[in-house]
Design a binder for this molecule. Structure first.
Ligand SMILES: Nc1ncnc2c1ncn2[C@@H]1O[C@H](COP(=O)(O)OP(=O)(O)O)[C@@H](O)[C@H]1O
Ligand SMILES: [Mg+2]
Length: 359
């Protein structure tokens, strides 16, 4: 016996119903939300049935990868994985190695899937170029990309929206490098780099000046943040909802370049746990903080938010990455997989949401 219930919100299910089959476009992420809107959710199993994707199989997807920045190698790996996954699902995808603003898209491109990490691809520059061309693209838009990429601008947004984040000070070194007012321990960061480039954890006063001098090589507005000792977490946010949390445990030191990409630098690497082994309350607090950060920056489609968790289980948002790594073993895909979203589906889902937003 079955009955059709056509509700958008607060579905009222028949009293004797035992199973709810949810047909929804947002089939992956909304199942749990849907159940939370019905009375006595424990009575129901959400069997969520996939609708057709919006993406047309004839649309040519140009996967933009590489870029001129320091994360070029990682981006090429992300790009190759995305092209492969889309093609395996029967979509037309083509790799485009973008080295700078002068790039040519293949004839007939209908969507640009951007996986250019860091400078140019992640900071709003490429997004602005694509908008000028009238070309739909995946991920965050011009403004949200620019703000999310600049840790100083993002810090202001976090503070204004009361997103938990480490206390900070911006040190202007235009007239010479100087120390922050904040006492050690602190973390020194050039605000517009990624992959831990120029990031220094300063535990002892005597190391402070060297760290400031190094960060000053990248620009005059250095971000100095209160040091948070604790667990390193990262949370994927897809279409406004948090994915399962990834816990990153670097095998030595902190989560720097060598522990992020040991295959590139020969470092010790890190161990990853997803879902992170945290109690329910902490999990919810961390996910809430991640979604709040994503929203405070106005990010469209998806992001991956880096969070530190202190010994009292308080989350602190560090940053939101708008072009996170997209190899099959990258953190966002790991988080999606833990929610039952295979890599190919994740790519398609990102394309779908972006197309819906931009065409
Ligand atoms: N306030 C902080 N306290 C402790 N560790 C930090 C802090 N800020 C950054 N780190 C460490 O440095 C890494 C990189 O910092 P993050 O702000 O995420 O910049 P990015 O990843 O863009 O280089 C973090 O993953 C973390 O290991
Ligand atoms: Mg980070």
């Amino acid at each position: 016996m079955s009955e059709c219930v056509k509700n958008r919100r607060e579905a009222r299910l028949p009293k004797q119903a035992r199973y709810a089959v949810l047909l929804s476009h947002n089939f992956y992420s909304r199942g749990e939300s849907f159940l939370s809107t019905v009375a006595a959710p424990q009575r129901f199993t959400a069997l969520v049935i996939s609708p057709l994707h919006i993406m047309d199989k004839n649309t040519l997807i140009a996967v933009l990868m590489g870029g001129p920045g320091s994360e070029r190698k990682v981006s090429l790996a992300s790009g190759a994985a995305v092209v492969n996954a889309l093609q395996e699902m029967g979509y037309r995808a083509e790799a485009v190695d973008v080295e700078g603003p002068d790039f040519t898209l293949p004839e007939g491109t209908g969507l640009c899937f951007n996986v250019i990490h860091g400078t140019f691809g992640e900071d709003g520059t490429l997004q602005a170029l694509l908008e000028k061309k009238g070309m739909p693209y995946t991920g965050a838009g011009v403004n949200s990309s620019r703000v999310a990429f600049d840790k100083n601008l993002a810090k202001d947004k976090f503070l204004a929206a009361e997103v938990p984040t480490p206390a900070a000070e911006i040190v202007d070194v235009t007239n010479g490098v100087r120390l922050p007012k904040m006492p050690v321990p602190f973390v020194v960061k050039p605000p517009r780099e990624g992959s831990s480039v120029g990031v220094h954890i300063v535990l002892k006063e005597e190391d402070a000046m060297k760290a400031m001098e190094d960060a000053a090589r990248y620009g005059n507005d250095i971000l100095v943040e209160q040091y948070i000792a604790g667990k390193e977490l990262t949370v994927g946010v897809l279409d406004g909802e948090a994915l399962p949390i990834v816990h990153i445990a670097p095998r030595s030191g902190f989560y720097d370049m060598s522990n992020k990409y040991p295959w590139m630098s020969g470092g010790d690497g890190s161990d990853y746990y997803c879902p992170a082994d945290l109690d329910e309350e902490t999990t919810r607090a961390v996910q809430r903080a991640a979604v709040a950060a994503h929203k405070a920056l106005g990010i469209e489609v998806y992001s991956r938010v880096d969070v530190l968790l202190d010994a009292q289980n308080r989350p602190y948002v560090l940053e939101a990455n708008t072009i996170p790594g997209m190899t099959e073993t990258s953190l966002l895909p790991k988080a999606a997989a833990a929610k039952g979203i295979p890599f190919g589906d994740l790519c398609l889902r990102i394309a779908d949401i972006s197309v819906k937003l931009r065409s």
